[in-house]
Design a binder for this molecule. Sequence first.
Ligand code: 6PG
Length: 266
Amino acid sequence: MRTVKILADAEALAIEAAELIVRVAADSRKQRGRFTIALAGGSTPERTYAVLADAQNAGRIDWGTTYVFQSDERDVPADDPRSNFGLSQRALLSHVPIPASNVFPMIGEPGNVATSAERYAALLRDFFGGLPRFDLIVLGMGDDGHTASLFPGHPTVVERELWVVSSPPGALPPPVDRLTFTLPLINAAHNVLMLVSGEHKSDTVADIIEHVSLPPLLPASGVNPSVGTVFWFLDQAAASRLNPAAIPFTKEWPELDRFEDPGVTE
Ligand code: 6PG
């Protein structure tokens, strides 16, 4: 299922996204006793993580039963400013009481993305005991329609078997090798949250949401969980080329209503 929510601006988008994460966390914990989330890199998710880490929100998640993974990573050390894990640590993980053993960075040692991909897939298999069904996978989208590190026209976009693959640099910076979840893994999730902000992404957003596109050309269009929900959170700038009459979006979010307010405190 795909639903779209349009927020006034990037800040409103981050606040609403943090709210969704809190609610999915509570719902997952209630249904499955834990919350498994894969985080994305990029500037749009970064603000969401900061909102999630603030005093109002951090206490609403039970971090002891939260398990954090990554949906993609650049082949750099964690202390490199380009590291997605470093970003998640700075913006979120270093501010909340999550046990270190609940956090699973994608890259142990930089320099061999193929081995790192195999290791991460094995780690996921052990943790989930089969095909991972994440409670929530957070993703961003680039101007060119890439998501995670699945770049337009690259064979990784049509991968059908593997869950985690290595990927050469895309057209957008930084020009480093990557590791990425594949579409079969993403589409097995209970929920996917796609965070998109900015006018420069509006044409691609319209292409994906209004038309049927082929995933190899616009990888983000291949994000369609088989039994889960993809939440497209857009700010008005990113949504500015959408024809409201042509898309099945909801201004209010009916799915949120089925979650009880968690009010979790540690
Ligand atoms: C990465 C990301 C990537 C990102 C998009 C959007 O490692 O580069 O995971 O998929 O989410 O490029 O990034 P922005 O939000 O910064 O535009």
